[in-house]
Design a binder for this molecule. Sequence first.
Ligand code: PGA
Length: 257
Amino acid sequence: MRRPFVAGNWKMNTTLAGGQQLAAAIAAEVGSSTTVDVAVCPPFPYLTAVKQSLGSSSVGLGAQNAYFAKSGAFTGEVAVGMLKEIGCNWVVLGHSERRQFFGDTDELINKKINAVLAEELGVIFCVGELLAERQSNQTEAVLDKQLTGGLAGIDAAHMAKIVIAYEPVWAIGTGVTASPAQAESAHLFIRQWLAKRYNQGVADGVRIQYGGSVKADNAQELLSQPNVDGALVGGASLTAEQFLPIIRAAVQVAGSK
Ligand code: PGA
């Protein structure tokens, strides 16, 4: 039984005060719940303050990126050790916006994943195809390439610290969600890939989140799919009104799957 994991990717949004309020509202909802995992991923400058707002709740704290070097002359970058020091539990890597706008290649993502694992934090590793790739039946080939590159050299033992987020690029921020069947089919492909690359135990244990226009009104159906183990939520994670119902849907699913 995989525990559902709902994470809010705030991207480059919120203010300090707004982020703190949002975090406090999520913490109040989640409390010390252990039936679902919930995390928020605020912009770097707000991480410490948001951590405080999360208080003693079980809500995890994630960063949206990190660099692989431990320290040094890398202007503008943030080391994983720094994120660990301020209480981060997770780092999102391989997000399509990083791949698209900031040149994160499979090879760079692999180095970053290794750096996060070396500090024993969790990784939310994003993969997903472009619309043109889906339309030309390349979805599975793209997922295979991204998984192969991103997880190169990473052994089975470390997979316990990795969550995979399947995020079809055409569904991110567009309001167009993958249908539950489309999501399930991609998630099943990823799980079978994990079984082949590692073993059935790893495949059964790794959580695979769906991301791409997850909203309160579609969360339940997506999360109910057998191989969908949670959600990585962008736009709808920015207000408590929209995000809390998604958490509630995960709680409900956790009790019924
Ligand atoms: P969205 O973003 O929910 O706004 O589509 C998801 C993501 O990019 O993680």
